[in-house]
Structure formats: C-alpha cells, structure tokens
Design a protein around this ligand. Structure first.
Ligand SMILES: *Cc1c(COP(=O)(O)O)cnc(C)c1O
Length: 414
C-alpha cells in the first residue's frame, strides 16, 4: 500500500485548474463562526464562505435537516417532483412577491434562467426586436458566458469572444444614463440592489425606485440579482423589501442553502407563463437534499428576531470599523447594508486588499476582498457578540501591523 501523501497547498498546483490562488491555510472543520485548519489553528470567520454560510458552520438544525433527508432520498431529477422542493417553493412564494419559482444550483444559473426568461417573455409578448438587456458597470452576475457578458467587468469577458449580443452597460446609480438608453427594444434591466463583487456599493433608493418606473414605462422586466444580498444579508429577508421596490424577477443563491449549493429564480405568474414545458431546465435543480437544507435555513433566517439581530450587529460592527478607520487610517470608508460590509481602502492602501486578507489569516481572521480596493466582511447572520469582538481585535492587530510595516518602510526609504 502506498502511504497516504499529505494534502497540502502544493497539491492544488498539481491537480487543480489554476483559476484561483488560495493561501496555504487549509481549513478542515468549522463550528458556528469559528474554523480550524489542518494544524488546529483557529480563525474567526468574517468571510462566511462568501456570504453563503449565513448561519455559521454546521448549524445543528441544518445538520439534522440534511441528515434526515439524506436517510430518505437524495435525488430524483425533474422527471418527478419532490416534497422538499415543493415545500421550499411554497414558502418562498409566501415570504416574497413571487408566485412561481425555478430552482437551480448556483447564482450564475439562476441569473441565466432570469435573463433567458426575460428574453423569452419579450419575444412571446412583443416580438424578437424587444431583446436588449440593460446592465451596470462593475456588476457581477456569475461566470457563464451570458452572465459574464451581462456583468460589467470587462476582465471577465476578455478572450471569450464572441459574446452574446444585445447587452448595454451604463454606470451604476446613474438613472439618467438608464433613461438615455432604455427604449421599446429593452426587454430587461438587471441590477444588484447592493453591488457586491463590484466593491460593496449600495444602490441609491431613488435610483432603484427610478428603475421600477422606467421598466414600467417601457414594458421591461426588472430583475434584481439578490444572489449576494438575499436571505437576510441586508437585515431584510430580501433587499428589495428595504427599498420598497418590487422586482418582476429575483434571483437568490449564496445564503439560500446555508452552505449547501442551491439557487432559485422567483417571478410572477404572468411572466412565468412565458416559459412552457421544455423551455428551460436543470438536472440538479430542486434536489431534495438542497431543498431540505434551504427550507430549514429560510425558516431560521425569516424569523423577525434573526433579521433584527442582523441590523443590531450591523450597527455594532460599522461603529467599531469606523473607529478602526479613524485610528489607523487604512480604511477611509465603511459601506454596506446589514452584514454585507465593505471597508474602502485609503489612498496609500488602494490596490492592496489581498495583502490585508493574507495578514488577516496570519492573525486568525478570515476576510474577503471585493476588488483590489475594498476589504469585504460577510459574517454569519447569527455570529455571537464575543466572536464579533474577537474578530475585530484580530482585524485591529492586522491594521496595527500594516501601519507599523509602512512606517518602517518609510524610514528605510529615508
Ligand atoms: C456570487 C454572485 C453571483 C454568482 O453566483 P455563483 O453561485 O458563483 O454562480 C451572481 N450574482 C451576484 C450578485 C453574486 O454575488
């Protein structure tokens, strides 16, 4: 028998397609808002698996939902329906504007479904000329060819041409720019209520409201990409509820399964009617294991006390981060809603978010970036106060070190 070779970061380079460049730390276990690596070092998790593990790691209720379903049936495909999927769709309809639900496995797939539905809907109702999609610069909607094309970051489409056509990009939070390009040819406007990957930029309420008015005026479908903002992240079950603006189509993924892959596209009955049998599909969509876990996640997150807890944590966290910003000067802006926060880096630190993320690992805190100029925090929605405080202490150690290394560098330079 061959001895089992140790699993290390080196193996990544040997066997993985290099679309990522992870640090050498390999977490092996998590509980609540703490994770442990192979060496048993403990970290406070302020990353939440990129806004996914909304109830922390191995939440006891999610664990038993998964185990219970795992003992019953794992997969059926859409050849037959299943109880967890119907239960989840019903609950999503009760809790939101939705009247119809389509299940997928990732945010990109939910957006793919939304964009295809918008195209089909316009085609069926108005004809093929009504096909233009308006999207925003710096937007992120996923990594399929259609969703990177709709996304507003050219670095994700370069080299993948030819791209799907009929997509226009305008600056975010600029209603006049939308007004200038929207027309009877527009089938949809797709927008993140808070731009996530683009740097944690909240939508201006007047902008979001204005999009609703413009879409109504031009019979265009308004799609909210709530893949990152959905399921309690902003302190509302869905961010649209806080804006008081109801979309026609909404996509939800990341936190929906609390760490189990699942996504959904929500819409109204009249729009859903433009898809008929065979229009779209997904082998795994509505998988019973995923839906069982999502049902439990939604049951917990939709409780008013949990959502109020997100808002309360938001205040404590932003206050503490603003204190750190003024003491150390590494951040110059704290942005975001609920527990989706961005620390904008000051002049001197711009472009160096990843450096700070690596220092965070050394100090025992998992952080995220949102572009090169923003440190992003997306902790569990139920993170205990003590973990929040401990994580903040560790961030402070990062900042203290960062400032010290800068000043010694300055001295060396004379
Ligand atoms: C993460 C994200 C996506 C893509 O989700 P995947 O599950 O990675 O496909 C789409 N839209 C937004 C706003 C996101 O944050």
């Amino acid at each position: 028998m061959q001895p089992r070779s140790p699993i290390t970061r080196d193996l990544f380079d040997q066997v993985m397609v290099a679309t990522y460049n992870p640090p050498s730390v390999i977490p092996v276990r998590g509980e609540g808002s703490r994770v442990w690596d192979q060496q048993g070092r403990e970290y406070i998790d302020f990353a939440g698996g990129i806004a996914v593990t909304c109830l922390g790691h191995v939440h006891p209720r999610l664990l038993s939902a998964l185990q219970e379903q795992a003992a019953k049936i794992w997969h059926l495909s859409n050849v037959v329906t299943n109880e967890p999927a119907l239960r989840l769709a019903h609950r999503l309809c009760e809790l939101t504007f939705a009247e119809r639900v389509f299940f997928a496995n990732s945010g990109a797939e939910a957006n793919e479904a939304a964009l295809k539905l918008a195209r089909k809907h316009a085609h069926v109702r108005f004809g093929a000329q009504k096909h233009e999609i308006i999207a925003f610069e710096q937007a992120f909607h996923g990594r399929t060819l259609f969703t990177v094309s709709v996304g507003g970051q050219p670095k994700y489409t370069q080299g993948f041409e030819p791209l799907p056509a009929g997509i226009r990009h305008v600056p975010y939070n600029d209603l006049a720019a939308v007004e200038a390009v929207i027309s009877e040819r527009t089938c949809a406007v797709i927008v993140e209520p808070v731009q996530g990957e683009g740097g944690i930029v909240p939508g201006d309420p007047a902008f979001i409201k204005g999009l609703r008015t413009l879409c109504d005026r031009h019979s265009a479908v308004l799609i909210f990409d709530e893949v990152q903002t959905g399921v309690g992240r902003t302190g509302e079950l869905y961010a649209y509820m806080g804006f008081g603006v109801t979309p026609d189509v909404l996509t939800t993924a990341k936190a929906l399964g609390g760490g189990f892959p699942i996504a959904a596209m929500l819409t109204t009955a009249p729009i859903a009617a433009s898809f008929s049998v065979g229009s779209h599909g997904s082998t795994y969509g509505g998988n019973p294991l995923a839906c069982a876990v999502a049902n439990e996640t939604l049951a917990i997150v939709s409780q008013p006390a949990v959502l109020a807890g997100v808002r309360q944590r938001h205040h404590r966290l932003t206050e503490a981060l603003r204190g750190l910003a003024s003491r150390y000067g590494v951040f110059d802006q704290i942005r975001g809603c609920g527990l989706l926060l961005g620390c904008g880096l000051s002049e001197r630190w711009r472009g160096r978010a990843r450096e700070l993320l690596h220092m965070g690992l050394e100090e025992g805190v998992l952080l995220l970036v949102a572009g090169p100029d923003t440190l992003r925090l997306a902790p569990s929605l139920v993170i205990p106060q003590s973990d929040l405080d401990e994580g903040l202490d560790r961030i402070e150690r990062v900042l203290r070190r960062a400032v010290a290394s800068e000043s010694s560098r300055g001295e060396e330079g004379g």
